[in-house]
Design a protein around this ligand. Structure first.
Ligand SMILES: Nc1ncnc2c1ncn2[C@@H]1O[C@H](COP(=O)(O)OP(=O)(O)OP(=O)(O)O)[C@@H](O)[C@H]1O
Length: 287
């Protein structure tokens, strides 16, 4: 195992942020850590890196947090008065990196900005520089905390394509993001945090065997009426029915009534709906 969390506890004053987190990561896994604001995702990453001491349980690391790890934290901190290329070279010197500066500039799509002062970079360009730096030591494990915040569409695509290349080299990725579609497309395992605990641990291959029926409606009343009959979750005038036992009868009914619907594979955003919406607001949104 590359990383093991065994009943990990973490408090900030009286607030229990991690309340017994247990899981294991194998080498080569790409894991998305998912949860609403304040769920404890960053705290988990910081604890793993030894930046936030834990109050109970244990973290077993089969890697060196200085040599084997690349990190993109949520907030970028760069030295002042340096050019992009100089920041990369400085960072490389810490880890005695043999990765070429040009390779890192290309990874961050910053070749044109190599001579720009770091302070003059836009928010998205700073994220790209942070990504380039995370690769400087040719790490076997990458921790990425909301990496694509501020990146434009093209930068996001380049970023995720690079992540795919890194995955194909057998390296491990541990990423948090609120962009569920990106996680769905690029990660293989999804860990959902709620109330300081892992509430679901879902693999992509499991999602690929499950379906969701989405009914598009003219009015919210119709959606609620269908929900009364078939269950599911109403959101933005759409009804999502994930229970496979309801699918056949629902499809027949919708076809009979001439109501438009879509049947598609279950995605990470559907799990999110189930975990954080349906269960929290019972009565309004029932499974
Ligand atoms: N240094 C700290 N001191 C006190 N409380 C903290 C500290 N760091 C985090 N917390 C609290 O711990 C909880 C979890 O924070 P954390 O940053 O881990 O959440 P998160 O899931 O990463 O959220 P987000 O999606 O907003 O980034 C929050 O309630 C936060 O206020």
């Amino acid at each position: 195992m590359l990383l093991t969390f065994n009943n990990v506890q973490k408090k900030f004053k009286e607030k229990q942020v991690l309340a017994g987190v247990t899981f294991e990561i194998d080498e080569g896994e790409s894991i998305a850590l998912i949860g609403p604001n304040g769920a404890g995702k960053t705290t988990m990453i910081r604890s793993t890196l030894g930046l936030a001491p834990i109050d109970g349980g244990e973290i077993v690391r089969n890697f060196d947090t200085r040599k084997d790890v690349g990190v993109m934290l949520q907030h970028d901190l760069f030295p002042d008065n340096l050019r992009v290329k100089e920041v990369i070279e400085l960072h490389k010197s810490y880890s005695k990196s043999k990765v070429s500066t040009n390779v890192l500039l290309e990874a961050g799509d910053l070749v044109k900005e190599a001579k720009s002062m770091v302070q003059s970079l836009s928010g998205g360009q700073k994220r790209r520089l942070s990504f380039a730096l995370s690769l400087a030591a040719d790490p076997k494990l990458l921790f990425l905390d909301e990496p694509t915040v501020g990146m434009d569409v093209t930068a996001c695509r380049m970023f995720w394509n690079k992540i795919r290349e890194i995955q194909e080299q057998g390296k491990s990725i541990f990423v948090t993001s609120h962009h569920l579609d990106e996680l769905n497309d690029y990660c293989r395992r999804f860990i959902f945090l709620k109330d300081g605990k892992i509430i679901a641990d879902v693999r992509k291959e499991d999602l690929n065997t499950q379906k969701v029926i989405v009914v598009h409606h003219a009015s919210a009343e119709e959606a609620v009426d269908l929900q009364r009959q078939f269950g599911g979750l109403v959101e933005d005038r759409k009804l999502y029915v994930m229970d496979p036992n309801k699918h056949s009868i629902l499809c027949s009914y919708l076809q009979q009534q001439g109501i438009t619907f879509e049947e598609r594979l279950k995605e990470v955003k559907d799990c999110y709906r189930e975990i954080y919406d349906i269960k929290e607001e019972e009565g309004v949104k029932q499974a």
